[in-house]
Design a protein around this ligand. Structure first.
Ligand code: MLT
Length: 388
């Protein structure tokens, strides 16, 4: 059988971080080890019943069995606009400022195709969700990484980006609450970013998938669109995945500047056929009636955060207590690298944690714990690590 070489863009790409973790986990599991997987931010709590029932009803409608609309049902886009209005006080026109996505990963991955020409520059704040830089490279663009460091509270130092890079960059990727560091952004940060982007005509791509996973009312994360001038330059990606425990459903949205939303819509029109309408109808139910359920999930994540942070402190593993997201970002013990530590933890304890360097070079020296297993398993995981 012929063995066809991959295109360069794929041949030079390392395995996708979470696929590589799944593979390593499966190998250890095959030895009969009791695995505790804290490797991916995939909520373990079920999707609320009323959303499943909405899907069930919607799936019975023959009209939903046909091709969906490319840009998403108007009723779903209206529900997104209403949710943004209530949650963030942001006004969105469902007709041209909201686009339905087959999960936000899909939208993020396709976005650079709409605005990056071969050789164009994109700034990517890193450590980062790997899809940002991969998508830019797939579109033929170049990436300049902007480091997020402990010393800067994992916010990019916008003044440290050279004037030349600001002038050249077509877009900058930011993500708060941040994956993987769990950092949150301040209003001052967003205001400064928007001002800089407007001066230099740079698109802001804000990944806001974790805004609902906060632990205290006073730390409630913002949407970038809350700030004056954001709609001039920003597109925000959001998702029902983490908010309503719907990762497998593949439903999300892009909102913001109409030309950015429409550019992405044009790419999608050419490469996919839209999100299953029954899932969009279930999404409408989630967005319009799900808020009280999210408050319950938040309480559970908060208990988990508290128990895992207490357990880490007890064994002297340095970490920041997160204000939001479903992650704890911790330092690997002295003398280890992210990879050596996470490999040893998996091999010897059956606990899967994510090496910080898998999210980019500045993640070296850290590992990420996902709070997506019950507290007793989280405590068990930390005690296994401590024993090691
Ligand atoms: C993560 O663990 O970083 C995320 O769950 C991955 C994703 O959202 O695709």
């Amino acid at each position: 059988m012929a063995d066809f070489p991959f295109a360069d863009r794929l041949a030079t790409l390392p395995p996708y971080l979470f696929a590589a973790i799944d593979k390593a986990k499966a190998a250890v599991k095959a030895r009969g080890v009791d695995i505790i997987s804290l490797g991916i931010g995939d909520p373990d709590m079920p999707t609320p019943d009323f959303i499943i029932e909405a899907l069930h009803e919607a799936a019975k409608k023959p009209a939903n069995h046909q091709y969906p609309s490319y840009i998403g049902m108007l009723s779903f886009r209206e529900a997104v606009a209403e949710w943004y209005g209530k949650r963030f006080g942001v006004e969105l026109a469902p007709q041209n400022e909201v686009l339905t996505l087959i999960g936000s990963k899909e939208g993020i991955a396709h976005f650079p195709i709409a605005f990056i020409n071969p050789g164009d520059l994109a700034l990517v704040c890193t450590p980062n969700y790997p899809v940002y830089n991969i998508a830019v490279n797939f579109a033929g663009g170049q990436v300049e990484f902007v480091p997020l460091t402990d010393a800067n509270d994992f916010l990019p130092d916008l003044d440290a980006i050279s004037e030349e890079s600001w002038q050249r960059a077509k877009m900058i990727f930011v993500n708060y609450p941040n994956n993987p560091t769990a950092a949150t952004a301040t209003p001052e940060f967003y205001k400064k970013l928007i001002a800089r982007a407007r001066e230099t005509n740079t698109i802001i791509v804000n990944d806001a998938a974790y805004t609902e996973m906060y632990f205290d009312e006073q730390d409630k994360p913002c949407s970038i669109l809350e700030f004056e001038g954001a709609k001039d330059v920003a597109i925000e990606f959001h998702s029902l995945s983490k908010t309503f425990n719907m990762t497998g459903w593949r439903i999300g949205m892009a909102v913001g500047n109409p030309s950015l939303v429409q550019g992405l819509g044009k790419v999608k029109e050419n490469v996919d056929s839209g999100a299953f309408q029954a899932v969009q109808e279930a999404g409408i139910a989630a967005l319009s009636k799900g808020t009280p359920y999210v408050a319950e999930f938040r309480k559970i994540y908060r208990e988990r955060r508290d128990s895992v942070c207490a357990a880490l402190s007890k064994v002297g593993i340095e970490h920041r207590v997160p204000k939001a997201s479903v992650f704890v970002w911790a330092k690997v013990p002295q003398g280890k690298t992210s990879t050596s530590f996470c490999t040893e933890v998996l091999e010897k304890t059956g606990v899967v944690v994510t090496p910080g360097n898998g999210f980019g070079a500045p993640g070296e020296g850290f590992f990420r714990i996902s709070l997506t297993v019950p507290s007793d398993r989280l405590e068990e995981a930390v005690s296994r690590i401590a024993a090691l």
